[in-house]
Design a protein around this ligand. Structure first.
Ligand SMILES: [Mg+2]
Ligand SMILES: [Zn+2]
Length: 189
């Protein structure tokens, strides 16, 4: 019998690659994988996880890069990940600004619901890994388990100001994946 796939939602900037600071990784030359993230993606694939990336990319609406640029970069990212034994099963972007009041910009959830339509994952059995409170809030709204990684925007020292509490906190994606693989994705982070 074929095993049912497990799913994991990942944010992109600050989780897979270095967040550019001003927030915009507008071309492939500026794209830097974070230490360990390629290995983490390989471990996920080897252990039967399908990776779905959901990322806010307001740089499109702000005119820093086009949707075409973004898709070209995504192809390069996917190829690099596959070259290291991992795989991104799907990548969803919100190209809007906050002022656009769209339904897809995290913490809103329509991109996750699109993914559910395509893959049929159960949110309750899916872990979301992100580096910002916006990611954690989206995961909480969906009742996913949430892991905050400290490789991007958030610092542990700001913990008392967090309006939503992640279920777990890890240093980076590799540590988060090791944790998940050790404990099983159904246990509470
Ligand atoms: Mg991020
Ligand atoms: Zn949007």
């Amino acid at each position: 019998m074929k095993k049912k796939p497990k799913y994991i939602f990942l944010d992109r900037d600050g989780v897979i690659n270095v967040d550019a600071g001003n927030g915009y990784v507008d071309n492939w030359k500026k794209f830097r994988f974070l230490p360990g993230s390629l290995k983490a993606l390989r471990l996920l694939r080897e252990n039967g996880y399908k990776v779905v990336v959901v990322s806010n990319q307001a740089g499109v609406a702000k005119g820093f890069y086009s949707l075409k640029d973004l898709h070209e970069m995504t192809q390069r990212i996917k190829r690099a990940v596959e070259g290291h034994g991992g795989k991104l099963s799907a990548v969803y972007y919100c190209p809007h600004r906050r002022e656009d009041h769209c339904s897809c910009r995290k913490p809103r959830t329509s991109l996750f619901r699109q993914a559910k339509k395509r893959f049929g994952m159960r949110f309750r059995e899916t872990i979301l890994v992100g580096d910002s409170m916006v990611d954690v809030a989206a995961g909480k709204a969906l009742r996913c388990k949430t892991i905050l990684v400290l490789s991007g925007r958030e610092k542990l020292s700001r913990r008392s100001a967090w309006k939503v509490k992640p279920d777990g906190v890890q240093k980076n994606l590799l540590e988060a994946v090791r944790w998940i693989l050790q404990r099983g994705h159904r246990s509470k982070p």
